[in-house]
Design a protein around this ligand. Sequence first.
Ligand SMILES: [Zn+2]
Length: 245
Amino acid sequence: MFGRAVRLLLSVVMLATGLVVGSVATAGTAHADGCYTWTRTLSQGASGADVTQLQIRLGGYPGQGSVLAVDGAFGPATMAALKRFQSAYGLSADGVAGNQTFNKLYALQDDDCTPVHFSYAELNRCNSTWSGGAVAAATARSNALRTMWKLEALRHALGDQPIRVTSGFRSHACNDAVGGASGSRHLYGDGADLGAGPHSLCTLAKQARNHGFRGILGPGYPGHNDHTHVDHRGSRYWSAPTCGI
Ligand SMILES: [Zn+2]
């Protein structure tokens, strides 16, 4: 009886595997992407999971001091963000997400959906599971993904020079070990510390104001003279006195 159950399970698995392979083959259009493939043009008024996927990738284009909602509803703010994204990459800024927009997004993302210049490993040097923080592991990981898309926009706006992330997600244990604040956004997965490199810490802090970060802490703020911290906390708090912020 056990053996029969195993055989049944195996046949179900094989059937499921066949179905998966079949669906991949069916979806193998010219625009198929290892992460996500959009199947319709999106414009204002659209709603759905495909809009949510678009909004995650437009998170770095909300306009100065703003944050783009990731709610699956394509409204005026999403259209404005899309136009900024299109302009930033030399596309015609029509506010409609069609093939030119999707192809640019495919070119900008890796198969794990992270933007090409950042990785989950770079945003988490604490543990491999994203667990032990202030939110569920899956939430911390998706928060980090949103931060990476904002960083990709920041990077592009600053001339496509490298941006180095020196600390991202932290479990409580990792946060305590580095003396992080008790309510640190690093515990939520969306905090990222940026080191100086091609850009000064002040350049990073100032430019970050345009890319959807509610939290910006930089030089002159206690403990932040050797990095600029960005995050998406619930309400805006920007402080980098040395930079005039
Ligand atoms: Zn930090």
